[in-house]
Design a protein around this ligand. Structure first.
Ligand code: NAD
Length: 362
């Protein structure tokens, strides 16, 4: 039976890259990958159509789907809208509606692109780490928060860092299960020497470790983790951490790779339902020019096949095809280098399709 994919292209380069991503997935249909794609508006495009960044019709489509393939949202023309109408609200509301608490961000450095990093190639070549960030709690959501006048009459800002054990436990389970599918090493990042909330984090993660004797668990303070990520990033397999630390560390890790157009992500709930999107934004500076790199979107689709659709063999093939086109010297402008073939968005997708089918005809 066909699986249903809600495709939400969004704004800027979102429609260009998702269109190519869908083409790549469609090319696998004759080989048994049965997916039905339905497109709906989100973000600024949805605001233009329906004055709402997440219209009910889009939400209903997602509810009926097996997974969501998301492009990107945002653009300068929407920056002065009232906050609830802004494009990013479409994404935030989807995360909340589906309780997408587990954000998986792999940071992989394809050997051919090691030079694109600002770090020395020998530090990053072959890097393959995954940051798992809790996405629905922590100081970003804790109450009370606000800005008030204190007893001295000074303005004072305050937020509340808060995690309960159920929230920690469910992300920890995802961390251990993800590590089991990789190199079986999990590093939990906290600030347990200073913050009570993260002492509880460390306690709960350590308790859950007893259920996973095959995973080697370590703990690291966040300041040290930030340093180790640039000193010796290949020491990590899976890092699990809270919302705020994960926000910062995952951006740091993405820059190890030096190529924002290459990095996919997944946001999952406890039923393995997920939203899959590149980590980059809508890139208004290159939108509509056919220059955008579609590989982050295509690699996000590979994660969708693996995590939500139980199609790991197709996911492996898609990732292998991307490796092959890079090894063959194909590059979009963002990862261009002398001596390589420069391709636009559609031509890069065509190269991936060709590599997929060469691989299957062997
Ligand atoms: P951005 O990621 O859109 O772009 C940063 C730089 O990277 C730009 O120079 C852009 O051209 C380049 N770039 C990004 N993706 C690329 C790709 N696939 N191929 C080639 N080059 C690529 O970040 P920004 O400029 O800070 O934000 C632009 C808009 O995107 C803003 O409105 C922002 O709010 C939004 N945004 C959306 C998301 C999302 O949808 N999840 C994430 C981040 C930013």
């Amino acid at each position: 039976m066909s699986k249903k994919i809600a495709v939400l292209p969004g704004d800027g380069i979102g429609p260009e890259i998702t269109e190519q991503c869908v083409r790549v997935l469609e090319s696998l249909r004759p080989e048994g990958l049965a997916l039905d794609f339905e497109i709906a508006a989100v973000g600024g495009a949805a605001y233009d159509e329906a004055k709402d960044p997440l219209p009910q019709a889009t939400l209903s489509l997602c509810e009926a789907a097996d997974a969501i393939l998301f492009g990107s949202v945002g653009g300068p023309q929407y920056d002065s809208l009232p906050r609830p109408m802004r494009p990013e609200q479409g994404l935030l509301r989807l995360r909340k509606h589906f309780d997408l608490f587990a954000n998986l961000r792999p940071a992989t450095v394809f050997p051919e692109l090691a030079h694109a990093s600002t770090l020395k190639p020998e530090i990053v070549a072959g890097l393959d780490l995954l940051i798992l960030r809790e996405l629905t709690s922590d100081i970003y959501f804790g109450q009370p928060r606000g800005i008030h006048r204190n007893a001295q009459g000074l303005r004072e800002g305050f937020d509340t860092m808060r995690y309960n054990e159920a929230e920690i436990s469910r992300i920890a389970h995802v961390g251990f299960q993800t590590a089991l599918k990789r190199k079986r090493r999990l590093c939990s990042v906290d600030k347990a020497n200073v913050l009570e909330t993260t002492q509880l984090w460390r306690d709960v993660v350590s308790e859950i470790a007893r259920d996973y004797p095959d995973v080697e668990l370590s703990h690291m303070y966040v300041d040290n983790a930030a340093m180790q990520l640039v000193r010796q990033p290949k020491q990590f397999d899976v890092i699990v951490t809270g919302n705020m630390f994960g926000d910062i560390l995952s951006d740091e890790a993405s820059m190890l790779t030096g190529s924002i157009g290459m990095l996919p992500s997944a946001s999952l709930n406890d039923k393995q339902f997920g939203l899959y999107e590149p980590i980059h934004g809508s890139a208004p500076d290159i939108a509509g020019k056919g220059l955008a790199n579609p590989l982050a979107s295509i690699l996000s689709a590979a994660m969708m096949l693996r995590y939500s659709l139980d199609e790991a063999a197709f996911a492996d093939r898609l990732e292998a095809a991307v490796r092959k086109v890079l090894a063959g010297g194909c590059r979009t402008a963002d990862i261009e280098e002398p001596g390589c073939k420069r391709l636009g968005t559609a031509a890069m997708a065509e190269a991936v399709i060709a590599a997929l089918h060469e691989a299957s005809s062997r």
